[in-house]
Design a protein around this ligand. Structure first.
Ligand code: COA
Length: 172
């Protein structure tokens, strides 16, 4: 019997966007089981709690038994070893992502020779998206329905409401 190919798509997902979902579904077609894993990153303060970020993902993968939502801390390669993943999937939105991603891929491979990083290109509809942009638009009362999955729009709106104090502009 063929060995199952296990893929790992890691990220902060703070919050998950349509771009992340697009990459997840593309990645899930290239492996038997895909772990979409939320990092608990001490370097990056997240706006949404780990529980929220996991819940947002779970809502969007309901009924997709080959996509598992999980979380990890510490080194990505250690988590990859733990779940027996042979591929790390990452999305490349633009050339500006490349340098950082290239460095990470090489570091990860140096740490764990058996892991390969596969870069996927998101739909052109989502190349401009980032989680920070989504949070900013939501916090300033903008419409995020084209940026995040419908299942989490209301929840994000509720969570981001009144989280920034906007100073009134001065008129001269
Ligand atoms: N659609 C929308 N946004 C996307 C995207 C896509 N397809 N792909 C990336 N992004 C955005 C994210 O929204 C995020 O935006 P933000 O900065 O506004 O929040 C940004 O790109 C990068 O986020 P993400 O993809 O979540 O990566 P990350 O840099 O936060 O985390 C890990 C990447 C988890 C892989 C990395 O931190 C890691 O491996 N951590 C473990 C520690 C480790 O092993 N280190 C050694 C390796 S160097």
């Amino acid at each position: 019997m063929r060995k199952k190919i296990i893929g790992l798509y890691p990220g902060s997902f703070d919050p998950v966007t349509n771009g992340h979902l697009d990459i997840s579904f593309r990645a899930s077609k290239l492996c038997d089981i895909l772990y979409v894993a939320v990092v608990t990153n001490p370097k990056k303060q997240s706006f949404f709690s780990l529980e929220d970020r996991i819940e947002f993902l779970k809502r969007n993968f309901q009924g997709k038994s080959h996509i598992r939502v999980s979380s990890f801390n510490g080194l990505l390669v250690n988590y990859a070893k733990k779940i027996k993943a042979s591929i790390i999937f990452r999305g490349l939105r633009a050339v500006s992502d490349f340098e950082y991603e290239f460095q990470m891929a090489l570091i990860n491979r140096t740490l764990f020779q058996k892991i390969e990083t596969v870069f996927l290109v998101p739909s052109e509809k989502y190349v401009f998206l980032s989680s920070s942009a989504v949070k900013e638009v939501a916090q300033l009362g903008g419409n995020i329905k084209n940026f995040v999955p419908p299942k989490i729009v209301q929840y994000i709106k509720k969570k981001t409401k009144n989280t920034v104090s906007v100073t009134k502009p001065l008129h001269f």
